[in-house]
Ligand binder design. Structure first.
Ligand SMILES: Cc1cc2nc3c(=O)[nH]c(=O)nc-3n(C[C@H](O)[C@H](O)[C@H](O)COP(=O)(O)OP(=O)(O)OC[C@H]3O[C@@H](n4cnc5c(N)ncnc54)[C@H](O)[C@@H]3O)c2cc1C
Ligand code: SF4
Length: 497
């Protein structure tokens, strides 16, 4: 087949990934996008003009060689494409589904300057699913044992990525997880209609096959301390990847009424604790008929859509407008298709309960946006006009703070005033010798791919430490409690192995 010219490639229309119909999907928990066929994937791959300076790679926190894997799909070499992605990304099927590509790789895609950017996320998902369905994945070879042992605390994307990166360098790795199963937010937060469970299970299974050990129902900081791990259990290093699972609330009147949840509790009950199968599983869920969800980020979209699937009339309350909603564009669009109600510029000020302390209404102040400030940001300001809506369940989806258990039980681990674990930005060393940290624990609530990128950085740091190349005296861990957590300023240095 003759090579297509850039002009011909640019003329090819964006291939939309087919979706299950909204009127049907709101009655089940099946995945919403159905994935590309081989023909659709090849056609979308043809839209990539194979740039000499590909913006997409710079936009990827783990530095996937995006043009290379897309070219392989175009040639029909899908197993090779998956292998190419796996050179830098250990969780491609999850990332193809949940990464904010619209703000990362696709935002910098050169084709996107004139037309719809190349559907990089959809193609990544296609290659990863193909690999799973055709069984083409080959386990990595593990080098001779180094004799060093690393404890990973938490089995979310950061913990799993670090476990993989350390294991393939020959170290013994044990993952300690507080819950009874692994995956972190990918299992207890992100709904099944966005990320099916078997995908995460297979990645964990793969880690087990290469010798990573998992210890579940183990809360580090409570049952075993960091010193127990380092001194008694003789681990040479510890990686804290305990995430950000401490829900934020508004502190308004009535917040303690029955029928008020944090999104974390609501989603964990449903997806991790199987409340949908009550009484077979002993997790009750008080699910009302009129549900108010407060916030407009990814978690809010997940909560709204979950409540809808449970048969409720569901409304989103957000104090800014749709344009400022922090959710991924695709998630917002999918939610908008699902017959939800939207109350933009509404700021909840009180929860009204009945005589038995059950939620009966929510009171909101209507807001307006100010003129842009020096940073260009428009603040929501109260108008003095209030509305009261009848609701019987309220779910706060306002983001989460870092899990406090480990820093609160080991004062050598320095945190800033927001509870974020302070680390050397290059090596992920904490203030406690032998202890590293990554993922949401060092950024505050963030994204799967950023958690993975930091975990890769940390794994490089841990490996160097275990080889005696990294000294604690050289670690640059901020001491100022006002110092921010780690920010992403481009691809992580350990993006490529
Ligand atoms: C509902 C929801 C939807 C989201 N949607 C998206 C999305 O679409 N795209 C995206 O990129 N990101 C999304 N995110 C954010 C993303 O999931 C997180 O940024 C990411 O999971 C962080 O990874 P992590 O490994 O640092 O932490 P986590 O995934 O939080 O994993 C931490 C793990 O550590 C365990 N743990 C905590 N404390 C201890 C302890 N003391 N001892 C032992 N184990 C412990 C926890 O049980 C958990 O399993 C979403 C988050 C939520 C809540
Ligand atoms: S920037 Fe877009 S067009 Fe260029 S190589 Fe990357 S995906 Fe292809």
């Amino acid at each position: 087949m003759a090579e297509l010219s850039t002009k011909e490639r640019m003329a090819i229309k964006f291939v939309h990934m087919p979706l299950n119909k909204a009127e049907l999907r709101i009655h089940n928990f099946e995945e919403v996008p159905v994935g590309y066929t081989l023909e659709q994937a090849k056609q979308e791959a043809q839209r990539c003009i194979q740039c000499k300076k590909p913006g997409c790679i710079e936009g990827c926190p783990v530095g996937i060689d995006i043009p290379a894997f897309i070219h392989l799909i175009e040639q029909g070499k899908v197993a090779e494409a998956a292998k190419k992605i796996r050179e830098t990304n250990f969780l491609p099927a999850a990332c193809g589904r949940v990464c904010p590509q619209d703000k990362q790789c696709q935002a910098l895609c050169v084709v996107g300057k004139k037309a719809e950017p190349v559907g990089i996320g959809g193609l990544e998902r296609f290659a990863a699913d193909w690999e799973r369905e055709h069984g083409t994945y080959i386990l990595p070879e593990i080098p001779a044992a180094t004799g060093k042992k690393v404890a990973v605390v938490g089995s979310g994307p950061a913990g799993l990525t670090a476990a993989y990166e350390l294991r393939i360098r020959g170290h013994e790795v044990v993952v300690f997880e507080a819950f009874h199963r692994g995956g972190g937010v990918m299992v207890y937060g992100i709904p099944r209609f966005r990320l099916p469970l078997d995908i995460i299970d297979e990645d964990i299974h793969m880690l087990e096959k290469i010798g990573v050990q998992f210890v579940y129902d183990m809360i580090i900081g409570k049952v075993l301390t960091l010193d127990d791990l380092l001194v008694n259990e003789k681990f040479d290093a510890v990686f804290i990847a305990s995430g950000a699972g401490l829900p934020k609330m508004l502190g308004i009147k009535g917040e303690n009424s029955s029928g008020v949840y944090s999104a974390n509790e609501y989603l964990t009950r449903i997806y991790l604790m199987q409340a949908l199968k009550f009484p077979k599983y002993a997790t009750p869920l008080y699910q009302g008929k009129r549900v108010a969800v407060i916030g407009a980020g990814n978690t809010a979209m997940d909560t709204l859509r979950t409540a809808k699937r449970l048969g409720a009339d569901v409304t989103c309350y957000y104090r800014r407008t749709r344009a400022e909603a922090p959710a991924r564009t695709e998630e917002l669009e999918h939610a908008e298709q699902e017959f939800l109600n939207w109350k933009w510029l509404h700021n909840p000020v009180e929860i009204i309960a009945d005589e038995n302390n059950f939620v009966k209404a929510i009171k909101c102040e209507k807001m307006a946006l100010s003129e842009p400030d020096s940073s260009g940001r428009r603040k929501p300001v109260g108008t003095g006009e209030f509305v009261v809506d009848d609701v019987d369940t309220i779910v706060f989806s306002l983001g989460c703070d870092v899990n406090p258990i480990i820093p609160s039980t080991d004062k050598e681990v320095r945190i800033n005033k927001w509870g974020i674990v302070m680390v050397d930005q290059k090596t992920c060393q904490t203030s406690k010798p032998g202890v590293f940290a990554g993922g949401d624990a060092i950024t505050g609530g963030s994204t799967v791919i950023l958690a993975m990128g930091q975990a890769k950085n940390a794994a490089v740091g841990i490996d160097r430490y275990l080889k005696g190349e990294l000294k604690w005296a050289d670690a640059n861990v901020p001491t100022d409690p006002n110092a921010p957590g780690v920010q992403w300023e481009g691809r992580f240095s350990a993006g490529k192995r």
